[in-house]
Design a protein around this ligand. Sequence first.
Ligand code: ASP
Ligand code: MG
Length: 482
Amino acid sequence: MKKLNKKNSDLVIMKFGGSCLQDPPSFNQTTNIVEEYLTNSNVILVTSALKRITDKLIEFYNKSCEDGADCQDLIKEVKDRHLRFINETIDSQREEYSEAISYIDENINELTQLGKLVKLLRPSLDIQDIIISYGERLSTFMVSKYLESIGYTSNFISSDEIIITDDNFSRALPLLDETEILVREKINSILEKNQGEIICITGFYGSTKDKKITTLGRGGTDLTAAILAYSLKVDYKCKVIYWKDVDGFLNADPRITEKASLLQKISYIEAKELAFFGSKVLHPLCLDVNEKGNITSEIRPFNKPHTDNFTTITKEITKDQKIIKAITSIKRLSMVTIESETMISLPGTAAKLFGLLGENNINIKFISQSSSENNITFGIDLEDSMKVSFLLRNSDWFGKQWFSIKIDNDISLIAVIGAGMLQTPGIAGKVFTTLGENNINVRAIAQGSSELNITIIVERKDCVKAVNVLYDAFINGKEIEN
Ligand code: ASP
Ligand code: MG
């Protein structure tokens, strides 16, 4: 195996999700990819649970909390999936085969015991986190043993040893400084001894400072990869590759317009806007962490590892491209308007409003307030509309003062996104002229001070047309020059 010099050597951190580990052929594909990158760089693999195993473990936890019925079947299903995998991928004559089988046995026994414990204790998110972390533990150990069985030196690391988080169970946030120390210590001690060894790290979970297992939220393995790159950036030239079942970020929602095409280059600040407006390609926080670490990342299609069609995300904003990078949309949204003469004389209304909504877990998609200050308009998920109506009408403040509350459930949000609109006059003008010429009525407008997007609210019946005409005007057509 090729030996590399540590100082400034390349380190590729690759994230493989559940769909890269769904059957022996995809397992094989994963190995081929790793092998290829290993010739020029160090490789860290970060893996999710086998496909749908996290859902099964959540079900196991829930059933254990109730009456425990069907728990045995569920645990057997989880065990059999893993055993089948080992049987199909690892040569049974090898030592790694029996190591993998005993690991599964031991851990499934632990899980069974935990299930019994849940029934005795009060259900809590911290126990749920321990239970669902087993998905990544099992899959990653298997991957590591498989790689050893075909001749690689592979190191398995359980991420609770190196990733430290807060104690917000089920959606924990990483503590980057503490984590960096542990990650550097662990990874450097392996790679200093032997460059080119593979390191397999479990995705999705970490632990609190007092060693309680936490998970990073669904899809959290993306975030694990980002955290590792952030932590190792001082020692290596790090890059993260997220192997996905899509080609990368698209510049519009393909369900809304067939014109949607792949974005080959995009900056983190723009990618975050895309994520906010509905693109679910990556765990949203991993964009922040990569940006903070100034790490370049790639989203690549797992089934086409050699294609040039993938998305590269960098901290710098590429100037050579179109000013507007994407036209995104959220088709189903509700818009709430609160109106009152009293807002002028009653400061703190906005604080009361958003405080109330925040306490009740309502996610706000946009806010706009006219300068006359007698109304506030904001957007929420359609699913939250009834809840918001109830909260406002029953609140001491909004229900009893002189407020009128209007909720419109037939609206869509469209966001025109691009970092180039910074200091480029005329973009907003062109948006509204385009919509006006096409007879599309604009119900509300919002623009963040970051000037990365212009958000327009239209009637839902106009959503598809609006996205298409804006796409033609900004992405297919001639743009306003810088
Ligand atoms: N296995 C976890 C989930 O299904 C984490 C991940 O896939 O990234 O959410
Ligand atoms: Mg998953």
